[in-house]
Design a protein around this ligand. Structure first.
Ligand SMILES: O=C(CO)COP(=O)(O)O
Length: 225
């Protein structure tokens, strides 16, 4: 089912110990509680091995962090779309800077995932790649300058022009694509700035996962919306 409600918070669990296994479930429950308490749409993107457990335990959508552009058959170590779907994934991140893909493969995964009615979130690194991604008809484009990822320096404050420019370029090519931004996002001011720049939500990781109290960090994140 397509995610329609914005503003939107997608938490990329990556492969931190603090967001793995039992701790991934605790984090997903925090997302679910904050979503229920605030009415803000929240989504978890755990590692593949945690997809099934989280999709069964929480009501918020869960996304795969990556899907390989392969058909069913002889592929070792790949993540097959159909497997992620049966594990309860509502969609997938695509082309994250930590899992870069070729253009043809990005197109394949967007097309196959959209055909299943699942959500497609393509990650980009600048205005030009954001415009290119929009032409492939994903549901979301998440602009994340790699140099700010994990830095604690929020893109919405450090490089606002890349967010504004990506929104304009994307909407010029495909008005239906919704824009998220990420990299260094952690506070309510960061989220407020992101929305003021024209994005409809954020894609984030360490600012929440590494917080002493992730649930309180999520409440702070959406406190100024
Ligand atoms: O890569 C990111 C989300 O996909 C951003 O990571 P940080 O929130 O840790 O900067």
């Amino acid at each position: 089912m397509k995610i329609t409600q914005t503003p939107l918070v997608i938490l990329n669990f990556k492969t931190y110990i603090e967001s793995t296994g039992e701790k991934a479930l605790q984090l997903a429950r925090a997302l679910e509680e904050v979503s229920e308490e605030t009415g803000i749409s929240m989504v978890a993107a755990p590692q593949g091995a945690d997809l099934w457990r989280l999709s069964q335990e929480v009501k918020i959508p869960v996304l795969a962090q990556h899907i390989d552009p392969v058909e069913a058959g002889g592929h070792t170590g790949s993540m097959l779309l159909e497997c992620a779907k049966e594990a309860g994934a509502a969609g997938t991140l695509i082309n994250h800077s930590e899992q870069r893909m070729q253009l043809a493969d990005i197109e394949t995964v967007i097309r196959k995932t959209n055909a299943e009615g699942m959500n497609t979130v393509v990650c980009t690194n600048n205005i030009l790649t954001s415009a290119a991604a929009a032409a492939l008809n994903p549901d979301f484009v998440a602009i994340e300058p790699p140099e700010l990822i994990g830095s604690g320096i929020p893109v919405s404050q450090a490089e606002p022009e890349i967010v504004e420019g990506s929104v304009a370029a994307i909407k010029d090519i495909n008005p239906d694509v919704r824009v998220l931004c990420g990299a260094g996002i952690s506070t309510g001011d960061d989220m407020k700035a992101a929305l003021e720049l024209g994005s409809e939500g954020v894609l984030l990781a360490s600012g929440i996962i590494m917080a002493p109290d992730p649930k309180q960090a999520l409440l702070d994140l959406v406190s100024k919306i």
